[in-house]
Design a binder for this molecule. Sequence first.
Ligand SMILES: [Zn+2]
Ligand SMILES: [Zn+2]
Length: 132
Amino acid sequence: MRSSSTDLAIIELLTAQEKHLTSLEIYEAVRRRLPAVNQSTIYRSLDRLAQLGKVSVSDMGTGAAVYEIVGDHMHHHLVCTRCEKVITLEHKDAANFFSQILDKQDFEVHTNHLILFGLCGECRKALEMEDE
Ligand SMILES: [Zn+2]
Ligand SMILES: [Zn+2]
């Protein structure tokens, strides 16, 4: 199995799905198209695509890393640790933060899928009510 066909199958899958998938989900979906593919080929492909910046790999607090295509519209996420709600943040909302880091720390951020953990408004409200 040539690695390039695996790379292509993964990119096409992630582009079509536009959501976060675990390596196992990617393996199972790609195997439907390329029945001879094995899991370690998929893992190597995902590593390579992540290093090239074509695919993001993130810990979203679910226990397994998730992969997503890095398209023309880069995005980030806010993850509520209480209700597990995932909010999508457009890149322009993080761009200021990244450019401040460049200015102040002389450090260029290459993170293409930033995950910030916290509490959403509803959960903060619910926690306040519990306290009363
Ligand atoms: Zn995402
Ligand atoms: Zn919440």
